[in-house]
Design a protein around this ligand. Sequence first.
Ligand code: UD1
Ligand code: MG
Length: 445
Amino acid sequence: MSLTAVVLAAGLGTRMRSPMAKVLHPLLGRPMVRWIVDALQAQGANVVVVVHHHEDQVRAALAHAGVRFARQSAPRGTGDALLSALPELPDGGPVLVTAGDTPLLRPLSVARLLAEHRGQATVAAFEARDPVGYGRMVEGIGIVEEAACTPRQRLIRLVNSGFYVFDAAYLRRRLPTLQPHPPKDEYWLTDLVDAEAKVVSGFLEEEFLGVNDRAALAEARDILSRRINREWAAEGVEFDSLDHAVVEASVRLEPGARVGYGAVLRGTSHVGGDVGEQCVIVDTHIEAGAWVRAGSVCEGAIVRSGAIVGPLARLRPGARVESGAHVGNFCEVKNATIHSGAKVNHLSYVGDANIGAGSNFGAGAITCNYDGVRKHHTEVGAGVFIGTNVALVAPVSVGDGAIVGAGSVVGQDVPADAIAVGRPELKIHPGRAEKLRARKRAAKG
Ligand code: UD1
Ligand code: MG
């Protein structure tokens, strides 16, 4: 039987103090509402999202999620929100209903509530550490909203999670009959959960953490992050700390990969190698056997097996560090390939370039790739020695086996096996240092 799920996401989210729709705030690389949609779709549900506030943003963010939308003309409460989804519901069979701001609900719990569903309404309940704000589960009545609770009922800690399974025919019959509650004249979905409804308790409070402000958003991030890290650890990934590493949902890791303390892995990154402490890795492929050392920032790069990057290196889009190549501290590489065994070890910028196999790119050597208007290419062959502080003024090439002396400014092509050196003349004045110092001290007074 086909299964429909409704996500109520028409609320404003005032407490986020954000120009963005609450349900679109990102959690580990995905909009919040996407987590709940995924959890429902993982159980084979056809998802309907109820929208109103920030409607266009929410529709756009879910454009490729394979969901349908229902529009609530004004937010008049959860009962009214579900009523606006009625045209999208089947005539019979189970309908899951949940809020759009509870991103921690797990597919496992969706499956559990579905399996336990009997009759017309089934609700997931949990013991809240602090029940304030929740509807209370009251025996012989159903759900009593906090505003309607007697002082005794207020002490009940078993609360409504806001996650339900209803029989579609029951919804068709009952939703149009809901009556508004003063003073705000809201229609409460909870009125459909009466004494006959089945209450399923024992759910984790954590799964129903409602993200209403940015503190809760950060808390949700911590919980989700730990969940993801645990799953990868079970797959054979080594973590220095489960709490102090962020691996976005879209990242792929291989068994044997290592994620150092404080590392952040984002986007389409794929990591088989070793990522050191405090690295930020975005859309980057780090092969097994590669080592990206502490504090490096890599974006849109490829690091092959046996390569070493960092500590404190920066790889920008199009950087390729081939097998056995090294990119060391305070080096920046952009749109450039460092071929096998080549070394760019200290304080260099390599942009729009090839550094050939086995070449050495000296400390502080720089490709001058930008002339103020356009970018130009630098080609360094195999087995080349580029001395310290060389400036390669692109477009330029240095042939295989050539040597370029320290401090040279290379503005024309260097043939293979040549030596190129160009330095201003160095003048030495023996014994004059003390004289100069004395003059400077006198001037200072
Ligand atoms: C609701 C339940 C409460 C439960 C709690 C669990 C009701 C009346 N109360 O209270 O029993 O313990 O959730 O978190 O349902 N929404 C709309 N349109 C509206 C109003 C709300 O789409 O007109 C959406 C919101 O965007 C939100 C969800 O419905 O995602 C829940 O609404 P909210 O106002 O947060 O309900 P609670 O007061 O938390
Ligand atoms: Mg709420």
